[in-house]
Write a protein of this length. Sequence first.
Length: 331
Amino acid sequence: MEEVSGGILDMIGKLMTKSSRREKRRDVHLGDRIFYYSLKASAWTLVFVLLLMFGLILQMAWPAFQHFGWRFLVTNEWNSVTSEFGALALIYGTVVSSLIALVLAVPMSIGVALFLNELAPRWLSTPLGFFVEMLAAIPSIVYGLWGLFVLAPFLRTYVQPPLVDHLGFLRLFEGPPLGVGMMAAGVILAIMIMPTITAICREVFRAIPQSNREAALGLGATRWEMLKLAVLRSSQAGMLGATILGLGRALGETMAVTMVIGNNPDIKVSLMASAQTMASILANQYAEADSPLHLSALTAVGLALFLVSLTINGIARFVVWRVNRKYVRGH
């Protein structure tokens, strides 16, 4: 009996010891649990704020959709006097100006990143890279003033007249050279997104092991072949991500575009013509909306911009995932 009672007491002692250790472990990791739940609450708060924002914008925009139906998104009539509103011309101006910016900015940004990382000497790449990244810190209104008083006159005097004279038979370059318009908006957007794309591409190129470059050179590749095979091909997903981030800024840019695009809500193929974007019409008319329907239509434009941004970012994440998956399978 004494042995049995002793064994029971030992078992109880072990259980109490384990329990005390467990309690002590809980005390030790209390801070970790607080940190975990704080981060979790922060993450869900962001999701809740996003859903709340979407719900509020949808509620404010709903009268416009009730009045016009889905033709609000497929008509380009915007007249506050007759209370006829359609967002198609605004969507067109937003998408086309952003695509012009990408066409101009992406090749130049990748080239600048390659030069600064792979070709330029250290004494040049460090200060030059600093100045390129500083361009991202310039306020939008400063870009707008520069575009209005410097870029637009330059385009009107030196760029657009030769294009009209030699390529005016194309609808893309027909019309008088006004300076302001779709071309000016695309150029200034390209200048604004170039620092972002360049900085991200530099970090992506920097992450590639030096051994990859040395292996390509050791196999007899030229400098350009090494950059193409060891750097550019390995950085496709990163460059695509940088491009999408630049596109996101171009889609939502407001003040600079408002000052140089001409603010004419109409669909014209020519890059010389004035246009308007979803962000610019909000900046121009939201404070001056003279009727509930006008205010609701402007909010519906904001909702469309919100959905376009979410859609493009979703597509971008899917494409990046596909590129990464293909790259992993290839290796």
